[in-house]
Design a binder for this molecule. Structure first.
Ligand SMILES: Nc1ncnc2c1ncn2[C@@H]1O[C@H](COP(=O)(O)OP(=O)(O)O)[C@@H](O)[C@H]1O
Ligand SMILES: CSC[C@H]1O[C@H](OP(=O)(O)O)[C@H](O)[C@@H]1O
Length: 402
C-alpha cells in the first residue's frame, strides 16, 4: 500500500489526464467527488467541452461506516478485472474500464451520466420496456462464458483463485445470510416491524433453508458473478442498459446474480404499495414489474439454453437432460437468493430507497412486512416453484399485510 493515498479532486484530475486520450494537457479540468455508494470514492472529471470520465477509488475502509470498518483495497482490482472480463463478453451492457492502477486502487472508466440509475427511476414509477431482455442477455452471456460449459478445469481453477475475493464475500455472507436471522448489532430495523424481524430470529425452518443457500454461496463456483446486481448498479435509459460496480465479483452460484435482480424488482413491487397513491398507476407499475421478472427469466433461460446447446466446450455437459436439470437448479437458486435479498434489504444493514422513500410510516411498515413475507415464501418454496409463472402467481396472490 506504499503508493496509496486517498485521492483529492486534484489527484483524480491528474489520474484521468495521465491515463486516457480523452483530455489534453491544455484542458482546464474540473473534478468533483459525488459518490453515493456504500464503499468508495467516485469522481467526475470534466473538460470545458463537456467531455467527462469517472475515477473510482477504493478506500481502505467502508465509506458508509468509516475507518472502524477496514476493508481491502484489492476490491478495486476485482472490480476492474470483473468488468474487463464481462466487458469482453458483453460490451453492450458493461461499463467500459479504461485503466486500472493497482497501487492507487483506482479505476478510470467511461462516464454513464447520460443514463440514470435504475433504482431512482423505479422509485419514481418509471418503466423501461427493454430492461429485462437486456439484463437477460447480460446475465446469460457473462455467466455462461465464465462457467464450466466453456472453461476447462485448469482455466476455471486459475480463474476461481484469481477472484477469491474473501473480504467482500464475507460481507455478503454476513449481511445476506447471517445478520437478518439473529439480533445482530449491524441490523437496521424500523420499530414498527420489530415483531416481524423477531420472528426471523426464531424461525428455525427458515434458518435451515437460508443455511443451504449460504452453503451454496460458499461452495458452488459455477461462474464469475458480478456479485451485487441490484438496481443501484444498473444505468439505464429507453435504449441502453449498462452495469457498474462489480467489486463483489467472485466465482459463485449463477442464481445469486439472477436472484439479486429479481429480488430488487420485487423490493420495488412491495415498495410501490407505499410509493404510489394512484390505484391505476399502482396496478400498471405492478404489471410492468411482474412482466419484467417473467421476461428476465424466460430471456435468460432461453439464451443460456441456446448457448449450452451450441457452445458447450465440455462434452459431458452437452447432454440435454443435464442442461435441463442445470437450468432448473439455477431457477430454484435464483428464487431463494431473491428471497434473501428481500429480507436483508428490509431488516439488515443496507436498505433501499424503494422502501426508505415511503414517507408515511404505516405504509412503509406494510410494504416492509410484505417484503419479509415474500422473502420467506420464496426461500421456503423455491424447490416447488418450478416455473417463473408459479413465482408470479405466488406474488400476485400474496395478501397485503396490515
Ligand atoms: N461509470 C459511471 N458513470 C457515471 N456515474 C457513475 C459511474 N460509476 C459510478 N457512478 C456514480 O457513483 C455512484 C456510486 O458508484 P458505485 O460504483 O455504486 O459505488 P460504490 O462501490 O461505493 O457502491 C453511482 O450511484 C453513480 O451515481
Ligand atoms: C457495507 S456494504 C453494504 C452493501 O453495499 C453494497 O452495495 P453498494 O455499495 O453497491 O450500494 C452491497 O450490496 C453490500 O451488501
Amino acid at each position: 500500500m506504499s503508493d496509496y493515498q486517498t485521492f483529492t479532486a486534484d489527484d483524480a484530475r491528474q489520474f484521468a489526464l495521465s491515463h486516457s486520450d480523452t483530455f489534453r494537457d491544455s484542458d482546464k479540468l474540473e473534478a468533483e467527488e459525488f459518490g453515493d455508494g456504500n464503499l468508495n470514492l467516485v469522481f467526475r472529471v470534466k473538460n470545458q467541452q463537456g467531455r467527462s470520465l469517472i475515477v473510482k477509488q477504493a478506500l481502505p475502509y467502508a465509506r458508509c461506516v468509516g475507518e472502524s470498518w477496514p476493508l481491502t483495497i484489492d476490491r478495486a482490482r476485482i472490480e476492474a478485472e470483473v468488468l474487463l472480463r464481462h466487458g469482453r463478453i458483453c460490451p453492450e451492457h458493461t461499463v467500459q474500464v479504461l485503466h486500472y492502477d493497482a497501487a492507487k486502487a483506482a479505476i478510470l472508466m467511461e462516464d454513464l451520466g447520460q443514463l440514470t440509475i435504475l433504482r431512482s427511476e423505479l422509485v419514481a414509477g418509471k418503466q423501461f420496456p427493454r430492461l429485462a431482455s437486456q439484463m437477460a442477455q447480460y446475465l446469460a452471456h457473462t455467466l455462461f462464458h465464465t462457467s464450466d460449459f466453456v472453461l476447462n478445469g485448469l482455466q476455471k481453477k486459475t480463474e476461481v483463485a484469481r477472484f477469491l475475493n474473501p473480504e467482500l464475500c464475507l460481507i455478503t455472507e454476513d449481511l445476506f445470510f447471517t445478520d437478518p436471522y439473529c439480533n445482530h448489532e449491524r441490523n437496521n430495523i424500523h420499530q414498527a416491524i420489530l415483531p416481524q424481524a423477531r420472528e426471523l430470529w426464531h424461525d428455525e425452518a427458515l434458518q435451515a433453508e437460508v443455511a443451504r443457500l449460504k452453503a451454496d454461496f460458499l461452495s458452488k463456483p459455477q461462474a464469475l458473478l458480478h456479485g451485487d446486481v441490484h438496481s443501484g448498479s444498473i444505468f439505464i435509459d429507453a435504449q441502453q442498459c449498462k452495469v457498474i460496480d462489480a467489486e463483489f465479483g467472485f466465482y459463485g452460484p449463477i442464481g445469486f446474480d439472477v436472484g439479486s435482480l429479481i429480488g430488487n424488482l420485487l423490493l420495488n413491487y412491495a415498495g410501490q404499495f407505499g410509493l404510489q397513491e394512484d390505484t391505476t398507476a399502482l396496478e400498471q407499475q405492478h404489471r410492468y414489474l411482474l412482466e419484467q421478472i417473467e421476461t428476465l427469466w424466460q430471456g435468460f433461460a432461453s439464451e443460456f439454453s441456446q448457448l449450452m446447446q451450441t457452445q458447450s466446450k465440455e462434452s459431458s455437459f452437452a447432454n440435454s437432460s443435464y442442461q435441463h436439470f442445470f437450468l432448473q437448479q439455477v431457477l430454484a437458486d435464483s428464487i431463494g437468493y431473491a428471497g434473501c435479498e428481500l429480507i436483508r434489504r428490509t431488516v439488515g444493514l443496507a436498505h433501499v430507497a424503494d422502501l426508505e422513500q415511503i414517507r408515511n410510516e404505516q405504509l412503509r411498515a406494510r410494504s416492509e412486512r410484505l417484503a419479509l413475507m415474500l422473502g420467506r415464501q420464496l426461500i421456503m418454496q423455491r424447490h416447488s416453484l418450478t416455473t417463473i409463472q408459479q413465482l408470479l402467481t405466488l406474488v400476485q396472490h400474496q395478501e397485503l399485510p396490515a
